[in-house]
Design a protein around this ligand. Structure first.
Ligand code: 3EB
Length: 325
């Protein structure tokens, strides 16, 4: 199995590193650095807040490039990262970049994508024809998934969030033989079934993906059904978002989908909390401390969120690593 951890951005990635994603003050194209696929995302205006997310394999890794994508894999798992150039129209470029990604995973024999992240500049801004950039991105992504991929493999857990960088930086994980299972949340309309008022094509992602003993939880916000709850109220949005995660990963929701005995919020780790307003950081930290396991790794990222009325979004990985406590 592979795993991730957060480290200082100057620390060594160590042996068998599949990837290094730097959440810092600058952005740049995905490239191979010291043999490791590396993506720099501009998520803070203060370099002192920078950290790196490291993905590590249990065994030896080989890396390479395909078009504008960089990747690394072991026997069982693949990491891949890429960029979409800044543009007034994202639909076609997104469709192409995702198309390249689907071609790559097929060629390398890791066809099953189980977790994706997308960092979108000016996510709530307007493109050249007045369409919100996020909706423009979603249209291209949906067209790529529709072209063949979704029917065969479904849509994975994902995050779609703002960044201070340019264009779109994205990365994802895929596997060869394991059987990822995409999970929905009975409190929320599946994102791929959102009505058209949220954009010409719906977002292409599952609420979570179960892989072996880990449940990868998508970016989760204060949405019930398809509607934003508690506009302008951080505490209430936090309660709905964490309530959504608790329900998603809980036994009732998972058993109803034939899946698992369930997790609780204390089982969540490798947590990222995205919050819209810098002034909310102290409160968000207090809320997180009260909600999650004391040993959970948590990072707080000041970012725009894909709906202008959302104040907070939370992602993580549920597993039983803290169960003995
Ligand atoms: C939502 O539930 C909030 O477009 O990939 C969460 C996770 C959200 C992933 C994506 C968007 C995405 O609709 C936004």
């Amino acid at each position: 199995m592979i795993g991730s951890r957060f480290i200082g951005c100057d620390a060594e990635a160590g042996a068998n590193a599949l990837a290094r994603v730097v959440f810092g003050a600058t952005s740049g194209p995905a490239r191979i650095e010291h043999g490791v696929p590396t993506l720099h995302l501009a998520m803070s205006d203060d370099a002192r807040d920078a950290f790196a997310e490291i993905w590590t394999s249990a065994g030896p890794v080989s890396s390479g490039r395909f078009k504008d994508l960089v990747f690394a894999h072991d026997d069982a798992f693949l990491f891949c990262a890429g960029n979409i150039a800044s543009s007034a129209h994202y639909t076609d470029a997104t469709r192409e970049a995702y198309g390249d990604a689907f071609a790559l995973v097929e060629q390398l024999g890791f066809p099953k994508i189980f977790r994706m992240w997308n960092f979108i500049a000016h996510i709530n801004g307007a493109n050249g024809e007045g369409l919100e950039v996020y909706r423009d991105f979603c249209r291209g992504r949906a067209l790529a998934f529709e072209q063949a991929y979704a029917e065969a493999f479904g849509m994975p857990a994902a995050t779609g969030i703002g960044t201070r960088g340019e264009g779109v930086g994205f990365y994802f994980l895929a596997c060869r033989n394991a059987s990822p299972r995409h999970i929905e949340n009975s409190r929320q309309t599946p994102a791929y079934a959102y009505p058209q008022r949220y954009g010409p094509k719906p977002p292409s992602f599952a609420r979570g993906t179960l892989l072996r003993d880990a449940l990868f939880v998508s970016g989760t916000a204060s949405i019930l059904g398809h509607e934003t709850m508690h506009e302008g109220d951080l505490d209430a949005q936090w309660r709905v978002a964490t309530g959504n995660i608790a329900h998603l990963i809980g036994a009732d929701n998972l058993r109803a989908q034939g899946a698992h005995d369930g997790f609780a919020l204390h089982d969540l780790d490798q947590i990222k909390v995205y919050y819209r307003h810098f002034a909310d950081l102290p409160r968000v930290k207090d809320l997180a401390r009260a909600a999650f396991h004391r040993d959970a790794n948590i990072r707080f990222l000041h970012a725009d969120i894909c709906r202008a009325d959302l104040l907070v979004e939370i992602e993580g990985i549920a597993s039983h690593r803290h169960r003995s406590d």
